[in-house]
Write a protein that binds this ligand. Structure first.
Ligand code: AIR
Ligand code: ASP
Length: 327
C-alpha cells in the first residue's frame, strides 16, 4: 500500500491517512526511546516484530470480545487501523512490582502484588508523563468518569486474557500500558501492545524480554523481542490448527406436541401454502472447539448437549463435528 499524507509521527510509530475517512495506516519504526525521549537508539527490526506481536495480541483480544483498533495487517511494518480520537492517558496495569513502582513503594523488583494495580498517566513528555488520579482526569476533562470506568474495566479484562496467554508461552506479564480512544462514540483499545509497552519475563530464568533491556543498556534487545514473537507465533499457529467446529441440531421427539410448529403451519396455510402438512421447529447451535480429536470432541459435545443444550426428555439431538475453516 502506498502511504498517503502523514498525519502524526510519534516516537515509535507514524500514522498516515488512507483513502478511507475513518481508517489510518500505522507504521512501526525501529527507533526506540526511553526517559521520555531523552535516550534514543535503534532496535533492529523492532518495527516489524512489534507490528507482528501487537497484531497477534489484538487478534486474541478481539476473539475474547475486546474491541481494538485493528482492521487488517498490511505489510511487515504496517497495519490498517480505525482512526480514533485518542484519550491523552496511559493506563498502566501491574501484576508484579517493577519499574517506577520499585521507587514509589520501596519494594524490590519482582515482589508479587496481592491484587492488580491500575494507574493513569497523563501523556506529556515535557511533564514526564505524570501519574494522575481520577480527580485530575475529571477536573481536566481528559475523560468522563464513566469512560474512565470503562477503560479501567477493559484494562483489567485485557490483563486477565493476556496474563493467561503469556503463561501459555512461559512468560510472566509483569506490567503493561494501554491507550484508548473513541471510535464512532465507543471506547476502543488503540496504540500497541508489544515488548515496548509491556514488561515480559521468562518464567524460568526471569530474563527480561522487553524494552527494559534498552532502558538499562543490557544489550540483546532485538533477540529478546524476537523470542517473544517466535513463542507467540508458534502458539497461535498451534491454536489455529487445533480448531474444530461442532454443530448441534435439536428437534422435538416425534409425537411430542409442538405448539410453535402448529402456529407456523396455520400461518402458512393462511398465506396459501396449503400443501404444508407438518411443521416441526428445532434449534441449531454451533460451537467452536479447541481440539484436534474429532471423536473425543463429538463425545464431549454429545454429553454437554444431553446435560444442557437439549432437554432429553422431549428433544432429540444430533452432533456433527468438522474442521473449522474460518480461523
Ligand atoms: N509504559 C509506560 N509508558 C510507556 C510505556 N511503554 C509501560 C512500561 C511498563 C509499564 O508501562 O513499558 O510496562 C509501567 O512502566 P513504569 O515505568 O511506570 O514502571
Ligand atoms: N516513556 C516511554 C518509555 O520509557 C517512552 C520514552 O521514554 O520515550 O518506554
Amino acid at each position: 500500500m502506498q502511504p498517503n499524507r502523514i498525519i502524526y509521527e510519534g516516537k515509535a510509530k507514524k500514522i498516515y491517512a488512507t483513502g478511507a475517512e475513518n481508517l489510518v495506516l500505522m507504521v512501526f519504526k525501529d527507533e526506540a526511546t526511553a526517559l521520555d525521549g531523552a535516550k534514543k537508539g535503534i532496535i533492529e527490526n523492532k518495527g516489524i516484530m512489534n507490528n507482528r506481536i501487537s497484531n497477534l495480541l489484538y487478534e486474541v483480544l478481539e476473539q475474547n470480545g475486546i474491541e481494538t483498533h485493528l482492521v487488517k495487517p498490511v505489510d511487515d511494518r504496517s497495519v490498517l487501523v480505525k482512526k480514533m480520537d485518542m484519550v491523552p492517558l496511559e493506563v498502566v496495569v501491574r501484576n508484579v512490582v517493577a519499574g517506577s513502582l520499585v521507587k514509589r513503594l520501596g519494594k524490590p523488583e519482582g515482589t508479587e502484588l496481592k491484587s492488580t494495580v491500575v494507574e493513569y498517566y497523563y501523556k506529556d513528555d515535557a511533564l514526564h508523563d505524570p501519574m494522575v488520579n481520577q480527580c485530575h482526569i475529571k477536573a481536566m476533562g481528559w475523560a468522563q468518569p464513566e469512560h474512565l470506568k470503562e477503560m479501567q474495566a477493559r484494562a483489567l479484562a485485557v490483563n486477565t486474557i493476556l496474563k493467561e496467554l503469556f503463561a501459555q508461552i512461559n512468560i510472566i506479564l509483569v506490567d503493561f500500558k494501554l491507550e484508548f480512544g473513541f471510535y464512532e462514540g465507543r471506547i476502543v483499545l488503540g496504540d500497541e501492545i508489544s515488548p515496548d509497552s509491556c514488561r515480559l519475563w521468562d518464567r524460568k530464568s526471569l530474563e527480561k524480554l522487553d524494552k527494559d533491556r534498552f532502558r538499562r543498556d543490557m544489550g540483546q534487545e532485538s533477540e529478546a523481542y524476537r523470542e517473544v514473537m517466535v513463542r507467540l507465533e508458534k502458539y497461535m499457529a498451534n491454536r489455529r490448527g487445533n480448531r474444530l467446529k461442532a454443530r448441534v441440531y435439536i428437534t422435538l421427539k416425534p409425537g411430542v406436541l409442538d405448539p410453535q410448529g402448529e402456529a407456523v403451519k396455520k400461518s402458512l396455510h393462511v398465506l396459501g401454502y396449503e400443501e404444508v402438512e407438518e411443521v416441526r421447529m428445532g434449534k441449531f447451535i454451533e460451537l467452536g472447539l479447541q481440539s484436534r480429536d474429532k471423536s473425543a470432541a463429538k463425545r464431549e459435545v454429545e454429553e454437554l448437549s444431553h446435560k444442557l443444550l437439549a432437554n432429553p426428555v422431549i428433544e432429540d439431538y444430533r452432533v456433527e463435528v468438522l474442521e473449522d475453516e474460518t480461523t
